[in-house]
Design a protein around this ligand. Structure first.
Ligand code: NAP
Length: 475
């Protein structure tokens, strides 16, 4: 835990602003007070949009935007321990996972700086048609306008970075609403951006009631794009309500993994065990449904379960902890109820299913029924299912048997099988011989079906955040 209670104002138009009311940030592990943040609302959100719109009237050249981004990456490196402890304290994320998140946020800023320096339009080959003869044409990539960004609690630093760093690279000012449970990492990034020389107005952070701030982002016409990461129930409604804006959604998943009989079973078991329970399964691509070909099923189970049982459950501030708390007792109880439902419907409990000092132990359920929530909905907890299959057709059908489509994985040594899975798994990304929890920050990342409608990763995000304008010249 961080030693002292952090106190932060909102970050509006380059100033730290207090509102006279405070929101408390408490540790999901032991309820201790981690910080206090000024409570904003519609008034502060409107001020933030005013500031962002005003900032964009004086565009910042790309090289200056890139320099700020590079400086923030450097500052994150120098203050990595502080950042990791802040994430761990407010999100209850084990320190070792929080340290990985900080390193990834550095990468997100670095890759965004590359985009700031290289993003460009195209030359259109006009004489390719008779109509274009005697003309030249180019496209310009222009900032879309003010970006409204809404982020979730589970990666409070790097998922904020995935919104605000590409937005700056694209030349857009941002109004950010971070998750109420984890606003401190976002405000920490605002401090780093200010220290890096970001002029006022380019980044504004408003913490407070979600619907109130969300309504301003939806209703204000100057906000031209909303980038949202979080649950589908909130995300799809936002998109319906903001019909005339671009709304990018990064939502949930019920992540499947297929282990073929020809796979390196030990390696597959190790990667699945490491990626089903990290941050107590609260990653949108946490391994959740593991399907193993019947001839290697026992071997996989024998390699997997001891690794699950060896995970250390406990205080997220302890360097040895693998699995900490869920974000709230209500979430823990929901996940436990899903486990109980799966067992009541015929699944077999192979590990966990009980509490350890109030924390849910890593839990494995064998062969739950097809309509158990754990078989198709997003668990978002330290729980996974294990199930044998006979043919690849059957495994692909099982993996696709969800309304979600963010990432999926397959373990196989056969190239044709890998390529077939890549083509037939209905997900935005397919990993081969790696858990589908894998993400490097330069990758295109985003889902299909109910998992979303866009791709993040700086090179993709800057395209979403810019508009292409055609300029045709008669020679
Ligand atoms: P959430 O409850 O949907 O919250 C996400 C954000 O939306 C928070 O900032 C929240 O604010 C805000 N929000 C809530 N109601 C709103 C409204 N009416 N208008 C505008 N904003 C509103 O999600 P979460 O529990 O934080 O995150 C977990 C979910 O995110 C999971 O489903 C997970 O899979 C998904 N996720 C997806 C990705 C991806 O990249 N695809 C990555 C990480 C997480 P408050 O905190 O103030 O309520």
């Amino acid at each position: 835990m961080t030693a002292a209670v952090v106190e932060r104002g909102l970050y509006l138009d380059g100033e730290w602003v207090e509102t006279g009311e405070w929101l408390e940030v408490r540790s999901p592990y032991d309820g201790s007070l981690v910080g206090r943040v000024a409570r904003g609302g519609a008034v502060e959100a409107r001020t933030a949009v005013d500031a962002a719109a005003a900032a964009m009237r004086e565009p910042l050249p790309a090289h200056k935007r890139a320099e700020v981004l590079v400086r923030v990456a450097g500052a994150l490196g120098r203050r990595a321990d502080e950042a990791a402890r802040l994430i761990s304290a407010e999100a209850g994320k084990p320190l070792k996972a929080a340290r990985v998140e900080v390193a990834r946020a550095m990468s997100t800023y670095t890759m965004s700086a590359v985009q700031a320096r290289t993003l460009a339009g195209q030359v259109v080959p006009m004489d390719a048609s008779q109509a274009g003869e005697g003309k030249m044409a180019i496209t310009l990539r222009l900032p879309i306008g003010v970006v409204g960004a809404i982020s979730p609690f589970n990666f409070p630093l790097n998922l904020v970075a995935h919104k605000i760093a590409p937005a700056l690279a694209a030349g857009c000012a941002v109004v950010l609403k971070p998750a109420s449970q984890t606003p401190l990492a976002a405000l920490f990034l605002a401090e780093l951006e200010a220290d890096a020389g970001l002029p006022p107005g380019w980044l504004n952070v408003v913490v407070g009631p979600a619907a109130e701030i969300g309504d301003v982002l939806v209703d204000d016409e100057r906000v031209r794009l909303i980038t949202f990461t979080g649950s589908g129930s909130v995300g799809w409604k936002l998109r319906e309500r903001a019909a005339r804006k671009k709304v990018g959604l990064e939502l949930g998943n019920a992540t499947p993994v297929i282990v073929q009989g020809d796979a390196d079973v030990e390696d597959a078991a190790a990667r699945c065990a490491a990626n089903a329970f990290s941050f107590a399964g609260q990653s949108c691509i946490s391994v959740q449904r593991i399907y193993v070909q019947r001839d290697v099923y026992d071997a996989f189970k024998g390699a997997f379960l001891p690794r699950v049982q060896a995970l250390t459950v406990g205080d997220p501030a302890d360097e040895e902890t693998d699995v900490g708390p869920l974000i709230s007792p209500a979430e823990r109880d929901r996940v436990l109820a899903w486990v109980e439902e799966a067992v009541a419907q015929g699944g077999t409990l192979l590990a966990g299913g009980s509490l350890d000092g109030g924390l849910l132990r890593p839990t494995v359920i064998e062969t739950p029924s097809a309509d158990a929530k754990l078989s198709c909905e997003e668990a978002f907890g330290p729980v996974c299912t294990l199930q044998p299959y006979d043919t690849l057709d059957e495994a692909i059908a099982l993996a696709n048997g969800t309304r979600y489509g963010l990432q999926a994985g397959i373990f196989t040594r056969d190239l044709a099988t890998a390529l077939r899975a890549g083509a037939e798994l209905e997900f935005g990304g397919v990993t081969v011989n790696e858990a589908p929890t894998f993400r490097a920050d330069q990758m295109p990342y985003g889902g299909t079906k109910d998992s979303g409608n866009t791709k993040e990763g700086p090179a993709w995000a800057v395209r979403e955040m810019t508009e292409e304008r055609l300029v045709v010249v008669q020679l």
